[in-house]
Write a protein that binds this ligand. Sequence first.
Ligand code: KG4
Ligand code: ZN
Length: 375
Amino acid sequence: MLRPLLSLPSTKLLPAQRAGVSLIRRQFTVLAVESSADDTCAAVVRSDGQILSNVVIKQFDLHERYGGIHPVAAIEGHQRNMPLAVQRAIREAQVDIVKDISGIAFTRGPGIGGCLSVGSNAAKTLAAALNKPLVGVHHMQAHALTPLLTTLNSPDTPKFPFLTLLVSGGHTLLLLAASHKDFRILATTVDESIGRSFDKVSRMLQLPWSKFGPGAALEDFCAQNGSGSGPNEDVAHIPAAPTPMRKKLSFSYAALHSFVERYIHSQGGIDNLSIPQRRALGRSFQTGAAAQLEEKLLLALEWCEKKNIVVEHVVMSGGVASNQFIRRTLQAALAIYGGENGHTINLIYPPPSLCTDNAVMIAWASMTRFLELTQ
Ligand code: KG4
Ligand code: ZN
């Protein structure tokens, strides 16, 4: 069933700072911070789309031992790293924080409360001390608008209305984007997000997170060829992942991680699986995860056709959007769909560094709000 139109009041200008907006009628430069989960981020971005700096301080080393984001460790990490991130963002952008920064932006949610407050306190303090306007940005809206920045002034720039797949640790959303602010939710997950299921499977397969994090570690493991011990025949009996919620505009990723869990259990534990078997199991999961995105995307396109909504672009964003296997799967599906329906549908996605959490997307999402207010 379709959810009602969701109008995100995604960015808010605090009344006390409204007066400052008139100072930025021409080009303006935003310093943004983001700390909704486990990355401490700061960036300086100009309204012409120039990214002057993009600092991301990862916390993988803090959380690997807990097997997931530990909120207290994350808050402490942000508190330690935020001043450093802001300092580096300003230095790398080669700007003067007093003279060159026109406004400050921060993530106002959704995210882990204590983590969000580190970023919002930093932003509010900077805005107050420097007398700059301040904008709070919705995290998922920022992910959704990132492809507009990365394709700025190029023929690939997606035209409204377009479909958006937001695939991250917090969300699995398929949206119809009607404008910068209006998103209709076509599908969401009935249980956990695709990113969390990647994280859980990565952990069950005992993959080291390295510096990339659990989801990227799983993608990398699946992409490796034939290394490790055990003959390839070992993998012949690894089952295919299930396809839950078939023909429904809903996702279920808990079903996929449970499939992996059950298989490992049926074999008497992970220690009884050879490396090729683990890889085959990981690939089975990843193939199922991509297939589910593909099925819902095609259902959504059919829904748009029936409503005479012409969609030429699908944009994908959020941490999982950096997965190359998923990109290739969706690209191939859209090529077939476009061929059958006589029109091209382009898949647009940001570079991996702008798919995972970053403050550039927060700065960019705040620009539209600043622009609206200065028109
Ligand atoms: O957007 P993001 O950085 O933070 C949230 O807003 O959640 O997404 C993080 C999620 C994590 O679950 C992470 O494991 C997953 O995205 N992820 C990936 C890949 N890179 C990050 N999942 C699959 N393949 C990847 N390459
Ligand atoms: Zn995110």
